[in-house]
Design a protein around this ligand. Structure first.
Ligand code: CO
Length: 148
């Protein structure tokens, strides 16, 4: 596995983005970033910031969204964490060679030009783990530009 550059983001599945934004902003003190529909992943994303660390609040756009299935099975909660890696393809190849279970055998395009792949929770202590390469999304603006 190539070195991990950092924690790219945490993602929390929620049923109501406005209500969740109020909790995480007004009660728990995170800063509010951009909101965006990512149709290809079937989610609406409200980006939040804990310092420099991004926290994505994810709402399913419809019943076919993977987030909808997660909410139905488990209710709102921590959905995945994402590790920034310099080379997603290399990371996937090394993990597969080491026998880890991968949801994506090949990296696929994520939002904003990123390349992403998911490691199955069974190979990561029960945590759905995303590997992310690249990306400078609208939410990855300097903290000063992110209004509360
Ligand atoms: Co993610």
């Amino acid at each position: 596995m190539p070195p991990v550059l950092g924690l790219d983001h945490l993602a929390i599945a929620v049923e109501d983005l406005d209500a969740a934004t109020r909790v995480w902003r007004d009660r728990l003190g995170l800063r509010q970033g951009a909101r965006e529909i990512v149709a290809e992943q079937g989610v609406e994303v409200q980006m939040m910031y804990a310092g420099d660390t991004r926290v994505e609040l994810l709402r399913p756009l419809g019943p076919d969204s993977p987030i909808a299935g997660f909410l139905a099975r488990r209710g709102p909660g921590l959905h995945h964490l994402a590790l920034a890696v310099p080379d997603c393809r290399e990371a996937v190849a090394e993990l597969a060679a080491a026998g880890l279970r991968l949801i994506d055998r090949e990296p696929r395009p994520g939002a904003d030009g990123t390349l992403v792949a998911f490691v199955h929770p069974r190979s990561a202590d029960g945590v759905l783990t995303e590997l992310v390469e690249g990306g400078e999304g609208p939410w990855r603006r300097p903290a000063e530009e992110v209004r509360r």
